[in-house]
Design a protein around this ligand. Structure first.
Ligand code: IMP
Ligand code: MG
Length: 179
């Protein structure tokens, strides 16, 4: 086990199984749609790569990078676009792919933005849902797993840019992030 890890919450097998199920569900729901899958960098990059390979439909892949404005903005939910989409969402059925939803501020903001830009529909696929920490209202259409209100790493999720490459999902020891 990697250093600093408190507990493995989801194994590679758990992850694979759930991603496959989500792919089947999404394939079914977007059969006659114009699907554009938007990954939120960087955390979603591994989930995104696995998920699109389980979606048996033609689709467009794009990425966006967002950041909160810092401590103050966490309460206002203000979000900054660091890297915008390459393609227009106009008339497209957008599926936003996130690693984890925590307060919900990031996605709450993004949903509004994409709808205003003329997307036909905007839905969310989030692999993890830290539902106890939710502050903004967000509708998650495709959810991998619910996780406790701990600091989670692995499968794309980082702590200070580390741990993203762990093939499993784990909670981090408090002594690592409370330093
Ligand atoms: P929200 O706006 O509070 O929902 O924040 C969501 C974003 O914060 C996610 O896309 C992650 O990048 C990051 N995040 C939230 N909780 C965790 C965690 O436990 N581990 C790693 N990243 C997290
Ligand atoms: Mg993120």
């Amino acid at each position: 086990m990697s250093q600093g890890i408190k507990k493995i919450l989801l194994t590679e097998e758990d992850i694979k199984k759930r991603v496959k199920e989500l792919g089947v569900e999404i394939t079914h729901d977007y059969m006659d749609k114009d699907l554009m899958v938007v990954g939120i960098l960087k955390g979603s990059f591994i989930f995104m790569a696995d998920l699109v390979r389980e979606i048996n439909l033609p689709l467009l892949v794009d990425f966006m990078s967002l950041s909160s404005y810092g401590m103050n903005s966490r309460s206002t939910g203000e979000v900054r676009i660091l890297k915008d989409l390459d393609f227009s969402v106009e008339g497209r059925d957008v599926l936003v792919v996130e690693d984890i939803i925590d307060s919900g501020f990031t996605l709450n903001y993004l949903m509004d933005t994409l709808a205003r830009r003329g997307a036909s529909s905007v839905k969310i696929a989030a692999f993890l849902d830290k539902f106890e920490a939710r502050k903004a209202d967000v509708k998650v259409s495709y959810r991998g797993y619910e996780v406790p209100n701990d600091f989670i790493v692995g499968y794309g999720l980082d702590y200070a840019e580390g741990y993203r490459n762990l093939p499993y999902i784990a909670s981090l020891k408090e002594e690592i992030y409370q330093k």
